[in-house]
Design a binder for this molecule. Structure first.
Ligand code: MN
Length: 261
């Protein structure tokens, strides 16, 4: 991928604007009655390395989500399964842990970002949330729902690839990686079934499991089923989606500020 300068700044009304601000949606966990919001560090590291300023977006009650207005891009990270009520299905026997409040927060952030055409990068659960936010459906459990499925949960060694994916030409994903074949890691037991409105599938695994989706109707909306943030230290090309995302966020930021003049 051609490395374009990311750290160029511009001045608007005496204000120097340096880098795009990337909101990373927090997950949450409960330890007893203690509720903790969290983002795994490799996500914020990858954003920082790609020239963005990562900020954490907490899960908040209500539909206001004011923080989304100060960011220039939305990163939806991995986490627990998406509750099937978001795509009008009953829970299957092998559905994993779900968290309705987390889902609601992620889907709301995603819809708000889509509405203003803010760049979105969804990873693993985030890629599934993106699909659901646009009306798509999921396989609740790959091993029981996909015939002759590969092993999509490789275990602990997420820093190395475990299966290949085929990337379609003439897609954003192809533009990002400049290849039709990629080796990726895999740590998911759900997958996109029917893509949502305006989404196309830009990569499949050899068992036809969807590994990437993107929107043809937005400036930069990309969902990746694997975890490039865990591979990018060892495999530098895995930083490419973060570079492309930050660059799109920077363009969005520039337009947002220009329209205020
Ligand atoms: Mn996979």
């Amino acid at each position: 991928m051609i490395a374009l300068p990311l750290l160029d700044f511009f001045t608007w009304k005496g204000l120097t604007i340096l880098k795009p601000i990337i909101g990373i949606a927090c997950g949450q966990k409960w330890q007893g009655n203690r509720q903790t919001l969290y983002v795994h560090k490799p996500y914020s590291d990858a954003i920082a390395k790609a020239g963005g300023v990562p900020v954490l977006l907490p899960i908040v009650e209500g539909e206001d989500l004011p923080l989304i207005d100060i960011v220039d891009g939305l990163l939806l990270p991995g986490g627990v399964d998406v509750d099937p009520r978001f795509y009008n299905e009953e829970p299957a026997q092998r559905l994993g842990t779900v968290d309705l409040d987390w889902d609601y927060n992620d889907v709301s952030l995603c819809k708000k970002a889509l509405y203003v055409d803010m760049p979105i990068l969804g990873i693993c659960r985030g890629h599934q949330v993106l699909n659901v936010a646009l009306g798509g459906t999921l396989h609740q459990d790959i091993p029981t729902e996909v015939q002759d499925a590969l092993k999509h949960d490789q275990g602990d060694n997420y820093y190395n690839p475990c299966h290949t994916i085929n990337v379609k030409r003439d897609t954003l994903l192809f533009e990002v990686f400049q290849t039709e074949r990629l080796e990726v890691n895999s740590s998911h037991h759900q997958a996109v079934k029917e893509p949502g409105k305006s989404l196309i599938v830009s990569a499949f695994a050899s068992d036809h499991v969807v590994e990437a989706i993107e929107s043809a109707e937005h400036r930069f909306v990309l969902g990746l089923q694997w975890h490039p943030e865990l591979m990018c230290e060892k495999f530098p090309e895995m930083l490419n989606p973060f570079l492309a995302f930050c660059r799109a966020a920077q363009a969005f930021r520039r337009e947002k500020h220009a329209s205020k003049t």
